[in-house]
Design a protein around this ligand. Structure first.
Ligand code: 8YV
Length: 328
């Protein structure tokens, strides 16, 4: 009997392809070619499953053109590349890769916060450029992490990981804002207090964004929100491009309305707003918050488990539109 056909849209660990090949006829993209939407649609003909990363947009146009498709397995916890309503309407399941990246991503959020507040990247560029001629009392003075107030917007699993690191490791006072309040036991575990968004922006020394991207969270932070922040504050975005108005942030950084920002995600990435590239008080990284080898392997494994789970055993592990699974 011939095996079901699946497509892997981006280059991935060879062992991921090997695992898939045990169950499926696999077409891969180990050359990591940039496929246009039309090319992706062409490759998906006859495929029942696709292994995606956050970069492939799965929408009604693609689904209309790919009638064989049954499942899109994202190697990412975020799935704003999926039009889940259109997928559900087409009977196509989406899965994501939660949990396996929580601690790694929280580590990175904290690293970016430290690098930003303590001006690590900016001072390293200064040193590499041969500008370090003498010590000075105020050279690259930043702001403290320990004992300061950490404001987290988006208190899901990654937000909670950052809260615990701040409260337990650095004695920070942690405040958070979220669509819904955590239960008392979780708040106690994270040593975090719930506040309104405005209060958070006004009182936090460091604001970390960890909300999923949806039309409602678009520009959660724009000029008006930045204006509420302390002039000494830092802003960290490890969530998604589009959560911050990057153009407004660049202006605020240039005018020193806040002290600094650390960004791992960008509107329209991999393009970066040109004004962000020219302001010194921002740390820029290319969407690497989950990038450790064990975590990326675990994310790829979970995407494979979802493809096998659904297409072979009828039981996906982490569906994002479970309505597709409901008995008709
Ligand atoms: C991924 C991420 O590496 O999981 C997510 O939502 O943002 C990252 O961990 C990226 O989306 C590529 O799949």
């Amino acid at each position: 009997m011939s095996k079901p056909k699946v497509l892997v849209a981006r280059a991935i660990f060879p062992e991921t392809i090997d695992r898939l090949a045990q169950h499926f006829e696999v077409e891969s993209n180990q050359a990591d070619e940039a496929w246009s939407k039309a090319q992706l649609i062409g490759k998906l003909q006859g495929k029942v499953g696709v292994f995606t990363t956050g970069s492939e947009r799965i929408d009604a146009e693609l689904l209309d053109a790919c009638p064989d498709l049954k499942i899109c397995a994202n190697m990412a916890v975020g799935y704003n590349n999926f039009d889940t309503d259109a997928m559900t309407a087409h009977g196509v399941l989406g899965t994501n890769a939660p949990d396996v990246l929580t601690e790694t991503t929280a580590d990175f959020g904290f690293a970016l916060l430290m690098a930003t507040a303590r001006r690590i990247a900016e001072s390293e560029h200064f040193l590499r450029a041969g500008k370090w001629q003498k010590w000075a009392y105020d050279m690259f003075s930043g702001s403290d992490i320990h004992g300061s107030t950490l404001g987290i917007i988006g208190m899901g699993r990654i937000g909670q990981g950052i809260a615990k690191r701040g409260a337990h490791g650095f004695g920070m006072k942690v405040i958070y804002h979220n669509r819904s309040r955590l239960d008392a036991a979780l708040e106690a575990e994270c040593k975090a207090s719930y506040v309104g968004k405005e209060e958070l922006l006004k009182t936090a020394d460091h604001v970390v964004l960890v909300v999923p991207y949806t039309p409602a969270s678009h520009h959660t932070i724009g000029a008006a929100e930045i204006a509420l922040m302390k002039p000494t504050a830092t802003l960290i975005n490890i969530a998604r491009g589009g959560i911050v108005d990057d153009a407004a942030l660049a202006v605020a950084l240039r005018e020193r309305r806040i002290a600094a920002a650390g960004l791992d995600v960008f509107e329209g990435e991999p393009k970066v707003h040109p004004d962000l590239l020219t302001v010194p008080n921002v740390v820029l990284t290319p969407h690497i918050a989950s990038a450790t080898v064990p975590t990326r392997k675990a994310m790829a494994d979970l995407a494979v488990d979802n493809l096998v789970g659904y297409l072979v055993n009828g039981k996906p592990l982490t569906p994002v539109n479970p309505a597709v699974l409901a008995p008709k």
